[in-house]
Design a protein around this ligand. Structure first.
Ligand code: FDA
Length: 531
């Protein structure tokens, strides 16, 4: 009761500040604010638990093992919506920037780092992972710290013929992936994860709770694909589940060879993947250097014989054999494509290891010619270290959802997305890591004539700071946000915002101005409250 009363005071003070009353004197520090508000599950730099907890979901080791990356003043693990609200208010009252982390998979570490050593707190939602499936209404309610694997497990265990269209990696968090769209193996049939959001609970900069019924329409639109970390903390999602057959067909195979042999196979994929019936998903990843290894991920919502027949007609170059296909439940398919040994491993939040890596993305609006594909394949085969290019097919329902229905604009006319990846070992970190990233950037530049342009598209969930960053000034007082440098605003926004969101960027700015005009929730590529 005491904690609740203190929080109420803090919330009142924050609201009053907006009305011009000025900020209250800050509690001494984040620790005493949290404690006095009844939030006990947090770790400070002086604690032995601090580093393990901070690193518990860091997937990109170039941010973990980097002395130039600033560390948070505290890592807080709220266990309820109320504790989450209190953590937000305490961060503001102690002048700390807020970084919200769900699964920790941000490609640029945006959920646990800040720019320019700005003091900050990490609010980690790992303990907010409750899921309630309602098979009767084909819906699920889940807290944002839930991982995809935890969600899939709960859904698949409740009913074999219900599923959710999210991504493949089981440890990705709902908070990040849905906020940025969320593409997966069911997206050609059912759209993105964000297309299947029915409701959400958002904690705003003052710690207040907003739902679809009480938040502005632009804000509800913005949180379904406008990128994480800009509009508040999404505490929970209510999601539409989709029907799948009791058994579906899966395929994972590989074809290996020199660039000249693999290039025609990639070339043909462009005419197959995006044009198959809605029930068919076949993506490919090309690993380099040297001989190229082309792996396929296929998930077909039809029986095996039908899948075999359609693929052999449309993609005979693949030489698909019946033995390469198998029939499994959707849940088993989710575990298989997450590269897990069993369905039970879907609930393991710590499975898998971190990597030294860099990612970039593109979109294709027209097939690359066979001649150019050979040149591209040869370029990849000469890479200085291990990497890959992932091609994800769009079309089908992805193309039938309007480009303004959610902030995610890459719909009709987009054939496939491209994800470039380069990886290196701990031993190569440092100078060689820099060389490898430079190679990836050069490859990205080489690809420019073959991909979407004006602007060159990118996927916000494959966040890439090379595209440009906001230029925030220093914090300016208790509970104050960072102000946006208007002089560079338009240029900065154009450099990255329009690539992720095209014509939807301006509406995102309007939504931001409505829910977070003081820009409390910001990061290197968050939506500015004005241009
Ligand atoms: P993380 O916790 O790092 O958050 C990412 C961003 O969202 C940060 O800016 C963070 O502050 C913000 N955020 C987190 N929780 C929030 C909340 N509750 N409210 C508001 N903001 C919040 N994508 C895809 O579409 N399909 C796929 O199949 C895959 N596969 C995949 C595999 C692997 C191994 C990785 C590393 C990444 C992917 N992705 C992906 C990309 C993934 O969607 C992207 O990295 C997400 O932002 C990750 O969300 P997390 O919550 O895990 O990250």
């Amino acid at each position: 009761m005491v904690a609740a009363a203190v929080l109420a005071l803090n919330l009142f003070a924050t609201a009053a500040r907006g009305a011009g009353a000025g900020p209250p004197p800050p509690p001494h520090d984040i620790s005493s604010c949290l404690t006095s508000n009844g939030v006990s599950n947090f770790s400070l730099p002086s604690s032995p638990s601090y580093t393990p907890l901070l690193c518990s979901s860091i997937r990109y080791l170039r941010f973990e093992n980097n002395p130039s990356v600033g560390k948070p003043a505290a890592v807080v693990f709220p266990a309820s919506k109320q504790e989450l609200q209190r953590a937000v208010v305490c961060a503001r009252n102690t002048s700390l920037a807020i970084r919200v982390r769900s699964g920790g998979h941000s490609y640029e570490g945006l959920s646990y780092t800040t720019e320019n050593h700005v003091p900050f707190v990490v609010i980690d939602l790992a303990n907010l992972n409750r899921v309630h499936v309602d098979p009767g209404s084909a819906t699920v309610w889940a807290e944002s710290g839930t991982t995809l694997g935890e969600l899939y497990y709960a859904v698949g265990r409740s009913n074999r013929t219900l599923a959710f269209p999210g991504g493949t990696c089981s440890t990705v968090g709902l908070g990040g992936i849905i906020s940025g769209g969320g593409f997966g193996l069911l997206s050609r049939k059912f759209g993105l994860a964000a297309d299947n959001v029915l409701d959400a609970t958002l904690i705003d900069p003052s710690g207040n709770t907003l739902t679809r019924a009480t938040m502005d329409g632009d804000v509800f639109w913005a949180i379904r694909g406008g990128g994480g970390g800009s509009f508040g903390v999404v505490y929970s999602w209510t999601l539409r589940l989709v029907p799948v057959p009791d058994k579906i067909t899966v395929f994972s195979g590989e074809r290996t060879g020199p660039a000249d042999l693999i290039a025609p196979l990639i070339h043909k994929w462009q005419y197959v993947g995006p044009h198959l019936p809605d029930e068919f998903y076949i993506s490919t990843r090309i690993y380099f250097p040297g001989n190229l290894n082309m792996t396929f991920t296929g998930q077909f919502l039809v029986p095996k014989q039908q899948a075999l027949s359609v693929l052999n007609q449309t993609y005979p170059e693949l030489g698909l054999a019946e033995s390469e296909l198998s029939e499994v439940s959707w849940l088993e398919s989710a575990a298989k494509f997450a590269e897990l040994k069993s369905v039970a491993e879907l609930t393991d939040r710590q499975i898998g290891v971190g990597e030294y890596a860099k990612r970039k993305s593109d979109y294709s609006q027209g097939p690359i010619s066979k001649e150019h594909m050979v040149e591209i394949a040869r370029y990849m085969s000469r890479a200085p270290t291990t990497g890959s290019v992932q091609l994800n097919p769009y079309g089908a329902v992805m193309a039938r959802i309007g480009s303004t229905e959610t902030p995610f604009p890459h719909r009709a006319g987009y054939l496939y997305s491209i994800q470039y990846a380069i990886d290196w070992t701990a031993a190569d970190n440092g100078r060689r890591g820099g060389e490898f990233m430079a190679w990836l950037r050069a490859f990205y530049a080489f690809m420019a004539p073959h991909v979407s342009s004006n602007p060159r598209g990118a996927y916000v969930n494959y966040v890439d700071l090379d595209l440009g960053t906001d230029n925030w000034t220093e914090p300016t007082g208790i509970g104050a946000s960072y102000s946006y440098n208007a002089m560079v605003g338009q240029k900065a926004a154009a450099s990255w915002g329009q690539r992720y969101f095209l014509h939807n960027f301006d509406r995102l700015v309007r939504a931001k101005a409505k829910v977070d005009p003081e820009n409390v929730f910001n990061n290197a590529q968050s939506i500015p409250p004005s241009l």
